[in-house]
Design a protein around this ligand. Structure first.
Ligand SMILES: O=C(O)CCC(=O)C(=O)O
Length: 213
């Protein structure tokens, strides 16, 4: 039996991606993955439904509250650790599960978890990093949905530091990182000076549990 979509149905529409030509990485971007009405609805729904928390992480021995709120949802065995933080997944909500299914179809891959970040304003940020934890495997596909204020997604090559790009991630957009990107590139969301409203980001991931053979 088919179930009505919670927030509109784009499942028959092939998203049109802009492909970035970068050495050692595959990166593609669909600016209008969701139209404005659906993106507005999803923004409100996720802001209310998600169990947002401010986590603390340890960097170089110093414990700090992350400059954003976040939440980790996924299958029972999709545990994720980074910077001393161990995240136990919260079970999928209907909204997140439906988003997962749509994004899986667009990326032609499976995801068993999603990291959500809420940037409350221009002061919230994400430092330079790569999603290269061993649980993600060597060439992870990571699908990133953005809702709310547009923020710049900064990327730089790990070795050739002159290689940099900036992609403005729009409300309702989908960015897909693939191939060897996490091995060769770092990414970040910088703090900004100008007043900026809240933004939500969801990165869908496949976690390979350590007790798998
Ligand atoms: O907010 C974003 O667009 C980036 C999120 C990110 O870098 C991450 O979740 O690893």
């Amino acid at each position: 039996m088919s179930q009505a979509s919670l927030f509109g149905d784009n499942s028959d529409v092939e998203p049109s991606f802009e492909v970035f030509t970068l050495p050692d990485a595959q990166l593609r971007y669909c600016e209008h993955y969701y139209d404005r009405t659906v993106a507005d609805q999803l923004f409100d729904r996720l802001r209310q439904e998600v169990a947002w928390q401010q986590h603390s992480i340890r960097i170089a021995g110093i414990v700090r509250a992350q400059p954003r709120l976040s939440a980790w949802y996924g299958d029972k065995d999709a545990q994720y650790s980074y910077s001393g933080l161990q995240l136990q997944p919260i079970p999928w909500t209907a909204t997140l599960d439906e988003l997962r299914q749509q994004v899986e179809k667009s990326c032609n891959t499976r995801f068993n978890s999603v990291l959500l970040n809420l940037y409350r304003d221009q002061q919230d940020s994400m430092g330079w990093h790569a999603d290269d934890e061993k649980e993600l495997g060597p060439c992870p596909t990571i699908a990133s949905l953005s809702f709310g204020a547009t923020r710049d997604f900064l990327i730089k090559h790990k070795i050739d530091t002159q290689l940099k790009r900036k992609i403005a991630l729009a409300h309702g957009s989908l960015l897909v990182m693939e191939g060897e990107m996490q091995s060769h590139w770092l990414h970040a969301i910088a703090k900004q000076k100008d007043l900026i409203g809240p933004r939500l980001n969801l990165t869908f991931r496949q976690i390979y549990s350590s007790n798998r053979s």
